[in-house]
Design a protein around this ligand. Sequence first.
Ligand SMILES: Nc1nc2c(ncn2[C@@H]2O[C@H](COP(=O)(O)OP(=O)(O)OP(=O)(O)O)[C@@H](O)[C@H]2O)c(=O)[nH]1
Length: 400
Amino acid sequence: MSSFYHSCRYLLIPLLITAILLGLIEHFQEFWLNWQKTIQYMPYWLLGCATIISLQFNRSRLSYIGVLLLIFYVFSQNSTFNPKQNELILIAGGLIITVFSFIKDRGLISVHSLLRVGIILTCFLTAYLWILMLSSYSQQMLTLHQTYLPFLSASNFSRLPLYFIGTILFIKLCWNSNLLHTSLGITFLLWLIHFSFPNWLPLSVLLNMIAFFFLATVLIDSYFLAYRDELTGLPSRRALFNLSLSLGRKYSVAMVDIDHFKKFNDTYGHDVGDQVLKLVAAKLAQVTGGGKAFRYGGEEFTIVFPSKEIQRVLSDLDQVRVNIEKYNIVLREEKRKGKQDKNATKKRNKKISEKQPTVNVTVSIGCAQHQVDQNFEQCMKEADKALYKAKDSGRNQVCT
Ligand SMILES: Nc1nc2c(ncn2[C@@H]2O[C@H](COP(=O)(O)OP(=O)(O)OP(=O)(O)O)[C@@H](O)[C@H]2O)c(=O)[nH]1
């Protein structure tokens, strides 16, 4: 369920937005056609900005593609391509986008830049060789086409490598969906649309859309970097203090701490400890009663109940405590050592999956209600005192 939610958030929703945007742009064509001159200049600015900002935020793949799209746009404004050149650019572009979805972001001025330039040239060379093969061995290709893929039109057959890599890119997006990959997928889609339906929407409009997605990716990613905890996915301490500014007079705060977590780490290792932190975070995120969970730091979490008195949240907190206590955590061994340990890890994994050992953790919770003349930090301190009380009284309980 959570992976479906993840796919929806990072893949299906942006794809839906793209489809809606395309529909709206087409529907309101007569309005924006009056602005066509301005729209024609916009890709220079928008793509230029997207390229520079992506670079600033270490999203060099978007910068590379932004620069290539700008170069293509400049050329297409000043000259026309013949059909073979068109096919070459289409296939090479598709290849570059797909390969870029498999490599990592690196600084622009580094040894990796040479590799990226090499990749771009190789993609052009591969597309060129395919086009050359189509024309040099036209008879053999025609036989191949008619024997194995007769349902494809001649133009679709010549784009076969593109459809093949498009499928690979789509599988990659489903497998490992994040905003950057989705942005690359949408670029691929709009690229294909431009070459398949050249008279549908002007290139400038499609490039403006791509620039919009690049900018949105960088901005949303930076927001998550600033306000989300990377390990657990919960909002971070910064997000907690942001929320505190918008709280009214009535609210309750709970501090949650995993019991004997040091011992747990020492027994099972830091990687398993991380797994447990993620699972506890997932349970805390499901707290009822309108509570919002945050990772405060280390193995400590905070839950804020806006507009709630303490008496109304204690049962919700106790329920979440029981949920965590009852949850059987299946231990999964993670790859945490070098290659030499691979075989040993495989053996361990096999053993674990045979026996499926499980562990349980408990949490202690301290809760306080905001008092008049108290600020947020003071209220948290009260919750922290209650947490110590819960620890001193034997742990695995909620105290006020
Ligand atoms: N795996 C993992 N461990 C962490 C992380 N952050 C903090 N810890 C560990 O959490 C443990 C906290 O231990 P303590 O503060 O001594 O408390 P405790 O063992 O939970 O004991 P009580 O709170 O008294 O029940 C330390 O061992 C930290 O190394 C993290 O991100 N991942």
